[in-house]
Ligand binder design. Structure first.
Ligand SMILES: [Zn+2]
Length: 171
């Protein structure tokens, strides 16, 4: 896992907001892509190495840099296939609205989920849990190759965070 940023609600000159690159068996999954994370991502891997993006919730400190990533796909000379973006319904609407209607349509492939859903992304099994926040926030548990990564995004106290942690311990 590469930490692209882990700062709070806005970036500083040296700290990006939330973003994590998780790689397994050549599959690159980005979990959240907050303010100022994209330069760190592009310093770590080629853009084409990102196979999917998973967004925890709709706050910009967790997804704002998805916009320049999609813009590069939309405006590039030889754009790669659409980027799969897993998100809760409507979570990325504000980011998409930064450009004209339809401009980014070919740049991404939206895969909606509800907190509580389980699904797979490449080699990763993904479990999600609804955690308390101002917007619907999905706690995320990734499992691959016998290892587990639990991620809460933003949350208040919740039994689900304990459950995520316990699941982390027992694998
Ligand atoms: Zn938030």
């Amino acid at each position: 896992m590469t930490v692209l940023g882990s700062w709070a609600a806005w970036p500083t000159p040296r700290h990006a907001c939330s973003g994590y690159l998780v790689e397994h068996q050549g599959f690159g999954l980005v979990v959240d892509l907050g303010y100022a994370t994209l330069p760190n991502l592009l310093s770590a891997v080629r853009a084409e190495s990102v196979d999917a993006v998973l967004i925890s919730h709709r706050h910009p400190d967790h997804l704002a840099d998805l916009h320049p990533r999609l813009r590069a796909r939309a405006l590039g000379d030889s754009p790669p296939p659409a980027l799969p973006v897993s998100t809760q319904p409507g979570a990325v609407d504000a980011v998409l609205a930064l450009d004209g209607p339809g401009m980014l349509d070919d740049a991404y492939q939206c895969r909606e989920f509800a907190a509580g859903d389980r699904f797979t992304l490449g080699p990763f099994s993904v479990e999600t849990w609804l955690l308390p926040h101002f917007q619907p926030n999905a706690g995320i548990r990734l499992k691959a190759g016998g290892k587990v990564l639990a991620y809460t995004g933003d949350t208040g106290p919740s039994p689900n965070t304990v459950y995520l942690g316990l699941r982390l311990v027992v694998g």
